[in-house]
Design a binder for this molecule. Structure first.
Ligand SMILES: Cc1cc2nc3c(=O)[nH]c(=O)nc-3n(C[C@H](O)[C@H](O)[C@H](O)COP(=O)(O)O)c2cc1C
Length: 204
């Protein structure tokens, strides 16, 4: 599959066949995600992979799957054979940017943009695309403040590591699409500014 097709095929899938994902496929997907860029090569991204059925069911409980299903959606999380919690470490960046080649005798970086979240997003995107590349599909969801606290407890995620969301992986099944898609994708000229913000400019 070429890159354009891969990108165009990717979409958030919210229902999966219970069939397990082979360890080989999973390893290739995670290995590609590991190739995500990171500021200063800090590599603050990490992944907690959960395939144990009881643990996945507990994550589904934490995420409020029962209420979700009662609203007419599919049992997305409990039915997905693989959960991957994508995590970032702010500490990894702060420590890296205190190293001499980054400080160069100057003050510590101010972090107007928290690079750990940027890099977490890069790794997330690679995970989503790598899943499609393996003939699988992926979904992503936020667990909310309380959900992350409970997830930390369940999975033993340390205090200085922030889970940024949960990726579900597996063979796609027919799912109910998100209502958000009704918004439609913005046209190119609305999201691209050429030379300055004031001028719009996709290609025509
Ligand atoms: C940071 C982020 C958080 C998201 N959180 C959720 C979520 O909590 N639940 C959900 O069903 N989808 C979630 N999504 C998926 C978006 O709804 C989805 O990407 C968007 O509707 C576009 O659809 P597509 O990815 O299938 O093209 C999230 C996506 C991102 C990037």
């Amino acid at each position: 599959m070429d890159f354009e097709e891969l990108v165009r095929r990717r979409r958030m899938v919210r229902r999966f066949s219970p069939e397990p994902v082979s360890e080989e496929k999973l390893a290739r997907i995670l290995d590609l995600a590991r190739r995500a860029p990171s500021a200063g090569f800090s590599q603050g991204q990490s992944f907690v992979v959960v395939t144990d059925a009881a643990r996945r069911a507990e994550i589904a409980r934490i995420a409020g799957e029962r209420a979700y299903v009662e609203r007419g959606f599919d049992p997305w999380l409990s039915g997905a054979p693989v959960h991957v919690v994508v995590c970032v470490s702010e500490r990894a960046y702060r420590e890296r940017y205190r190293e001499p080649d980054k400080l160069r005798g100057g003050p510590e970086k101010q972090w107007p943009v928290p690079h750990w979240y940027v890099d977490g997003g890069c790794a997330l995107m690679l995970l989503l695309l790598a899943a499609v590349n393996e003939g699988l599909a992926a979904g992503f969801l936020d667990l909310g403040t309380e959900g992350y606290l409970r997830l930390r407890d369940l999975l033993g995620i340390p205090d200085d590591v922030q889970p940024i969301g949960l990726v579900t992986l597996g063979i796609p099944a027919a799912d109910r699409r998100s209502g958000s898609l009704a918004r439609g994708r913005k046209p190119l000229e609305e999201v691209v500014h050429r030379e300055s913000w004031g001028s719009r400019g996709g290609s025509d």
